[in-house]
Design a binder for this molecule. Structure first.
Ligand code: SF4
Length: 82
């Protein structure tokens, strides 16, 4: 089996990471960006899964939402329910 891969580099499969709207703690935080798009009758909250908010303002990379909050549904030290 290993011979079949001879000459090929081994990579972990690439798994794109996207924030999960239904799980991210920001979804009902009062500090989230309140940006919406409208598709017909539907209002889609696009601000919740962005990498900035009122607490993480994004001027520098250290002022972006923490990776684990954005992608791993971790808790956030600034979270306050709206
Ligand atoms: S303060 Fe924390 S929980 Fe609230 S929107 Fe920003 S990153 Fe999300």
């Amino acid at each position: 089996m290993a011979e079949n891969n001879k000459g090929k580099r081994e990579f972990d499969p690439i798994r794109p990471q996207t924030p999960s709207y239904n799980k991210i703690v920001c979804r009902d935080c009062k500090y989230r960006l309140k940006q919406f798009i409208h598709l017909g009758d539907r209002e889609i909250d696009v601000g919740t899964t962005k990498d900035t908010c009122e607490k993480y303002t994004g001027e520098t990379i250290s002022k972006l939402k923490p990776h684990d909050v954005l992608f791993m549904n971790d808790i956030c030290e600034f979270y306050e329910e709206e």
